[in-house]
Each structure stands twice: as C-alpha cells, then as structure tokens.
Design a protein around this ligand. Structure first.
Ligand code: DC
Length: 221
C-alpha cells in the first residue's frame, strides 16, 4: 500500500505551503487537488460551458490535459493546461470562486477524483484539498485537518495573491474567503470537514515551521 498524507482545510489556511515542504522532506509526490478544480474552471470558462450543461462539463473533465511541473524548491508547482502555462491565472480569487461553484457538482467530482487517485505513486503522496481524507483517500494512514481564524486566513491569502502578482485588499479578500468556505462546507457532496481520524491543527498562532513539525511528528512515529 503506497502511503498517503492527506492535508485538508479551508482556503488560505496554508495547506499548499505545508504540503510542498512536507512532500520535499519526505521525497513524496504531491497532489494539489484545488489546482485541478481551478484548472477545470479555467477550461470551462475558455470553452464557455456553463453549470447547466452537465454533459459538456463531464466531457471536458474527462479530456482535461493537465501537467504539473516543479521549478524550484518549495515553490508552488507550475500548472499547464493543453500545454499552456496557466499558473498565474490559476491562483486568482476569481478562478477560485468559479472552481468552488463547479466543485458542487457530484458527477463532475467523480470524474476529477479519478485523476486525483492517479497521483498515488511510490514512495508516497502528500495530497491537499477539502475531501482528501474523507472521500478521495479514506484509507490514508496519515490525515491532518488544518484550521485558522478567517481573518488570519484572509491575511495569508492576500499575501499569497500579492506574491503571485495579483491584487486585492483585506476586506474584499476576507469576504471572498468566507463566502467560498460557506459554499465548500455546506455543499451536498464531499463537503469540507475533517475526517474522523484526522489530527486537527489550529494554525492561527503557529509559524509554518511549527505546523510542519506537528505534521512530520505523525509520520515519523
Ligand atoms: O484549495 P483551493 O483554494 O485551490 O481550491 C479551490 C476550490 O476548489 C475550493 O474552493 C473548492 C474546490 N475544491 C474542492 O471542492 N475539493 C478539493 N479537494 C479541492 C478544491
């Protein structure tokens, strides 16, 4: 059985940063499942396929040509859709909001989950998202759920947007983060929630290094 560490939690909690550092330390593969939903949202927008055209969305999802490339240590993975680098567009709050809307559709999730499971390769996988521990990798031996106050998450999210060259202000970002969390938590299928066997870490007052130590501790026992 190839080991999987699942890292779930709301937007802006720092899952991506923790996932890439832990994956590097363990020398395991990494799955940024949010990037799959975001890339799908970009593809659907590019083809003007709306939420009401489920057949069109499913066909698009089954053909989604995605590639993840790592360029430097600890940097987020670059994402290519049909051979085109979409990394900057992928990280905008607009793309995230649209991804969260499409992510409510159960049949679409089913197709995208097949792609996510393919990331489970030796020697191991670090997978971050909303339903990694509950739905996609329910048998994972290591499960973590990260939380933090929404104000702190909005601050982190804004910082990340600025690093990526995008703009935003704190009140707008906070409103977006809260709205997206509500939708992700309250949807009927695979809602954002901790797996019963997940270690819950409140990161509000923790540094990244402290979070990493807590996550590594469950793997190194
Ligand atoms: O993790 P992220 O912010 O990149 O995710 C963008 C959106 O994609 C998120 O608001 C909801 C959806 N998503 C999901 O439904 N399930 C996942 N496992 C990951 C993301």
């Amino acid at each position: 059985m190839i080991p999987v560490l699942t890292l779930d939690g709301p937007s802006g909690v720092g899952k991506g940063t923790v996932a890439s550092i832990v994956a590097q330390k363990l020398n395991w593969h990494q799955l940024d499942s949010g990037a799959i939903y975001r890339a799908f949202a970009i593809a659907a927008m590019d083809c003007s396929i709306g939420m009401d055209n489920l057949d069109g969305l499913l066909e698009l999802a089954s053909k989604l040509d995605l590639e993840f490339k790592s360029n430097s240590e600890h940097a987020p993975l670059s994402v290519y859709l049909d051979g085109v680098d979409i990394t900057t567009k992928l990280r905008t709050e607009k793309t995230a909001t649209i991804a969260s809307k499409y992510a409510q559709l159960a049949p679409l999730r089913k197709v995208l989950i097949i792609k996510q499971k393919q990331f489970q390769k030796p020697p191991g996988l670090v997978a971050d998202g909303r339903d990694m521990g509950t739905v996609v990798f329910p048998d994972a031996p290591f499960k973590v759920f990260l939380t933090a106050d929404s104000e702190e998450r909005a601050r982190r999210r804004l910082k990340q947007l600025q690093v990526d060259g995008n703009t935003g202000n704190i009140s707008h970002t906070l409103a977006k983060v809260r709205k997206r969390d509500e939708r992700d938590k309250n949807r009927a299928h695979s809602p954002l929630k901790p797996a019963k066997d997940a270690l819950i870490i409140d990161t509000t007052n923790l540094t990244i290094d402290e979070v990493i130590s807590k996550v590594m501790a469950i793997i190194e026992v």
